[in-house]
Write a protein that binds this ligand. Sequence first.
Ligand code: 5GP
Ligand code: ZN
Length: 334
Amino acid sequence: MTIHLDHDTAAPAASETAVGTTAAPVEDSADALGAARAELRDRLLADGVLLDLGSPGLYGRTGVFERVYSAVDAAAVRSQADLDAEVLRFPPVEPLASFERTDYIASFPDLAASISGFTGDDRTHRALLAARERGERWEGFLEPADLMLTPAVCHPVYGLVGDTVPEGGRSFDILGDSFRREPSLDPMRLQAFHMHEFVHIGTPASAKAHRDDRIPVMHALLESFGLEIDVVPANDPFFGRVGQMLARNQVEQALKFEFVTPVYGPGHDATAISSANLHEDHFGTAFGIRSADGGVAHSACIAFGLERITIALFAAHGTDPDEWPAAVRSALAL
Ligand code: 5GP
Ligand code: ZN
């Protein structure tokens, strides 16, 4: 069985509130983590980096955020220039048909989100308005629109490369919106965020080389930002009991690595700000893609989590980039 890999493993939402356990130190540490998250969130809001949109994990962004975010993205792109990747951009929603082929709903039903629209007549509209007038929820009057919010920005590419990739494979530069339904007060966990991915589709060897060769480059780049980085084997938050098995499998096979940084200090789990994933033949099989030698294509992607890197920078160096260490500003060309 192949597994879909496109997720981070930062602490799940459930651990974000202090859950009472018998072991006092665990409770203390969960409390302390909650406090550290609230402190960072408050600071980002008070210093005018983020704007509270009134729903957990959704923020407006100000000029200072955009300045750093753009610099992070530009540095990420510079670091991958040798790939000479084909640039592709997609909307934040994908057709249900292509979403289906990724099998995402089997692995992450709790993170998926769909678009709905109103298709009713006047009578249904009147019923909707009456429900709204009574202060009731009215979204139930909308119908699924066969569109899903894109959870991982590389998804649309696999349906676009045809049935064969040429010798040497193809590499893509894909920046886009990602939506995952995980409301949280942790400013490192957004519902709507952006990833800049560099994807390769080719042979088993070229896909693995893509994933492996990019890791030291990403590591050096993130460290040049003055962040403490560990590269660790990781697993995705696969849903349910079967998911636990898939997650173990992912770690055992060393398919996914994450670049984690201790945003909340050494006493707490570090947060993934980027990842490097080997999908093996998951997408090649699902989308019917072959490599030049006739075998099922393998793929790999690396993903820079742009908001997470940006916020990790504010957490590490403060909310005024003009005050950041010269080496950090230089690495970011700020
Ligand atoms: P992955 O596909 O590995 O889960 O996600 C790729 C990258 O996107 C992660 O390494 C992380 O930087 C970023 N990312 C994943 N989930 C979230 C999230 O909830 N909020 C934010 N801001 N970034 C995320
Ligand atoms: Zn990907």
